[in-house]
Design a protein around this ligand. Sequence first.
Ligand code: XMP
Length: 511
Amino acid sequence: MKNDESILILDFYGQYNQLIARRVRECNVYSEIVPYNISIDKIKEKNPKGIIFTGGPASVFAEDAPKCDPKIFELGIPILGICYGMQLMADTLGGEVSRANKREYGETKVNISPSPIFEGFTDNNVCLMSHTNFVSVVPEGFNVIGYTDSCPVAAMENRVKKLYGIQFHPEVNHTVNGTQIIKNFLFNVCKCSGNWKMSSFVEESIKALKERIGDKKALCALSGGVDSSVAAVLLHKAIGKNLTCIFVDHGLLRKNEGDEVENIFRNQFDINLIRVNAKDRFLGKLAGISDPETKRKIIGEEFIRVFEEEAKKIGTVDYLVQGTIYPDVIESGLGKGETIKSHHNVGGLPDYVDFKEIVEPLRDLFKDEVRKTGLELGIPEDLVFRQPFPGPGLAIRIIGDITEDKLDILKDADAIFREEIKLANLEKDLNQYFAVLTNLKSVGVMGDERTYDYTVALRSVTTSDFMTATWSKIPYDILEKVSSRIVNEIKHVNRVVYDITNKPPATIEWE
Ligand code: XMP
């Protein structure tokens, strides 16, 4: 993965840090986010072509302000400081930072002077500003290359030492020439060649995994989700039959999903796969349970039990494969300067399984990069672009207690909904869509008969981060078709409702 050309991003806790890393990678240059207090030796070891300081909420005046080793400015490596990163650069090198009376926030026109980082700009030079402190005097050797009505130093440069600072945020879309600044820094200043590609990631990873694992054995918990699937196929390409995947089918997957997963991994990739059909066992444990959190806990624990039992049959393995991805790594505390914890997709798994080391082949990738890797590896599009599906599965989409009959009703209703969305070509516009079996029964009429049956709720949301979401405006004729198919084709459902609540205040799932 590591490329001979990389950019280090020093994390000062800015809210847009992941975006900076992505923007750099979108320019085909490998980037890595590292803690702000990374040692000089470590930087030398990584030998980056350039360094970016992120923004952050701190003030350089604060006693506990995050500060990097000042020797970083003597390495001869180009540095771009953004917002707090620029203020830190100015403060460390003898300039002056001042405190404004009020925060400047919003889109502002910046007046710029010619500079290698401003090449190729369009006239509309609007930037997103979000700061209280500002640089009032630039350090010796620096020039002011940008200002706004309220900010005397919106950008500065020391062209000889290749040090640049900008007060605004180039990584966000609101900054019109933002991507151009990042490109200019990478190619004009750092002289990157931009040869990093996903296909080189696949080749390099397979080679590195082969060298690392050799002819030892590895074990992977396969859920059928994107991350664990891509990790498994990558490992399989590297070590073939020395990889064993355990797929615990808890019976709470969507209709036919268990068979689809098995078919892809066993037949298409010829992966050593153990499928454990544990539906009865899970339903047994869940019988009579209505509380959502208890359901989650039971499923999580049972999952580990089943995995552990299967793993024990195999005996000691050398490596446990995890589908950890870059946002998991970052969320696990990288930016706080803490030890990086391994993020467990399946809670607590490594404590229970006898293995020597963890392999996390995707830990440097963002979700869209994982998807690209999946496509490179030949994993079917349906799986690569699969919508998120919760670990506890349909258990949290059946409100109240779970029975086999309810599970069958929900699987069928959900399958109809997904089928119609696919037919209407709406799959890519909707980020998550599914059916919920409510525990509400109501009166209906079928032919001459009165019915007293279940209500199915349909839920669909549009979201990019799943933290907030808006309900999808699916055309009425499609909703109508889904509704009439569900009540006509599925026994014991006589009413379908559509959830028109945003998150917040609702959540995406109903439990
Ligand atoms: P909510 O319902 O909190 O969901 O708005 C946000 C996202 O998280 C998924 N989700 C889960 N995923 N285990 C998971 O692996 C869970 O217990 C769980 N609960 C919610 C949900 O599907 C949505 O994508």
